[in-house]
Design a protein around this ligand. Structure first.
Ligand code: PCA
Length: 210
């Protein structure tokens, strides 16, 4: 069967006209990373609907890797998310401060760790001159829900790489926000391309480090 990587991005939210996660993800749709084809999917900014779409896509496509992309406006670098919590706060447009959360999967594990080769990706991005950092919280909104749902759906296939990367504002978005960090879509896309490449390196099957 044809092998694919599932790469997701989101619709614009919070009054923005675009979302860099989808701008980047769509560039890779149907492209090849070695012998694997990228399938890009655009998700709605709603915890329940986005989670359902991701779970269904994983069941249907049976991807060999999953990378979710989302926007975290204000962050200065690509954020390699380490953990997904079993907590969701779906109050659109509000402060997701963690005071009104529900489990994403009732009775599910409290958290899952990313199964991307985060350290290897960070050193590859540093060598390429692309700002990137480890993040210990993907928040409690839709991005965290998608990351948790994907890792939960793939819990029986622990060798399949899966995780989430948050992206800064694009340089265009930053023209409407004062003094915030931003990055060009080209640089973010190059960062994601390198992350995909490192994730799919054949040696990953033998050496697995956290
Ligand atoms: N970022 C939000 C939801 C959609 C997106 O791109 C988040 O960080 O949860």
């Amino acid at each position: 069967m044809h092998k694919s990587i599932l790469l997701t991005g989101f619709a614009p939210f919070g009054g923005e006209r675009s979302n860099p996660s989808w701008e980047v993800a769509q560039r890779f749709d149907r492209t090849q990373i070695g012998d694997v084809t990228v399938t890009a999917m655009r998700l709605p900014v709603n915890c329940a609907r986005a989670s359902r779409m991701v779970a269904q896509a994983i069941a249907k496509i049976r991807p060999v890797a999953f990378i979710g992309l989302g926007q975290a406006g204000g962050r200065p670098a690509l954020s390699l998310e380490k953990v997904a919590l079993n907590l969701a706060d779906n109050r659109a447009g509000r402060e997701h401060d963690g005071t009104r959360t529900r489990p994403i999967v009732p009775g599910g594990p409290d958290a899952y760790f990313s199964r991307l080769p985060i350290t290897a990706i960070l050193s590859r991005l540093a060598r390429a001159g692309i700002p990137a950092a480890l993040s210990l919280s993907a928040g409690v909104y839709v991005c965290n829900a998608v990351m948790y749902t994907a890792l939960h759906a793939m819990r029986k296939q622990p060798r399949i790489s899966a995780g989430f990367i948050h992206l800064p504002y694009t340089a265009a978005q930053a023209t409407r926000h004062r003094a915030v960090a931003s990055m060009t879509v080209d640089m973010m896309a190059e960062g994601v391309r390198l992350a995909l490449e490192v994730t799919m390196r054949p040696s990953r099957a033998r050496k697995r480090t956290r």
